[in-house]
Design a protein around this ligand. Structure first.
Ligand code: FES
Length: 160
């Protein structure tokens, strides 16, 4: 089944009549679809006559945009210098191995998206793992494992 293109059509109409920026249009589109599907970006090029390459340029320039579906939970490992020297690479490698994904990817079951970030301004808490926006400072591999297990368990009990 293809992606429903009606919502993006409405967003494009509003973009044209309100003269909003392309970035804002992409943000609203991502809010609607959860990510920026290729079919939807193509529809935008038809609706407002903007080159597809321009849309991809913006979508890849801004870190807040994603071209792939996001998981139910986002795991963000800070790889800034302070977190790096305090052990972030070990935590990141462990998460990559356990989940079978690289940063920027989502697990096949759609449960987890793994991302990295460069310094969240909480260096004293390093290594820092942010799970769905909640900071977990001085995280160990064992604690990260427990967090993953409890999220996976909760998802099993309450699928959707
Ligand atoms: S380096 Fe991780 S919060 Fe600053």
């Amino acid at each position: 089944m293809g992606v429903d293109l009606e919502p993006v059509g409405r967003l494009c109409e509003s973009h044209v009549s309100n003269r909003t920026s392309l970035v804002m249009l992409l943000q609203e589109t991502q809010d609607k679809y959860g990510y920026l599907p290729r079919e939807v970006l193509k529809q935008i090029t038809r609706e407002i006559d903007v080159p597809l390459a321009r849309l991809y340029g913006l979508a890849t320039f801004y870190r807040s945009f994603t071209l792939t579906p996001r998981g139910k939970h986002e795991l963000c490992v800070c790889t800034g210098t302070a977190c790096h020297v305090r052990g972030a690479p070990t935590v990141l490698q462990h998460l990559q191995r356990r989940l079978g994904v690289s940063p920027g990817e989502t697990t096949e079951d759609g449960l987890f998206t793994l991302v990295t970030v460069n310094c969240l301004g909480a260096c004293a808490l390093g290594p820092l793992l942010v799970v769905d926006g909640k900071y977990h400072g001085k995280i160990t591999v064992g604690e990260a494992d427990e967090l993953l297990s409890s999220l996976a368990e909760a998802a099993q009990q309450n699928p959707q």
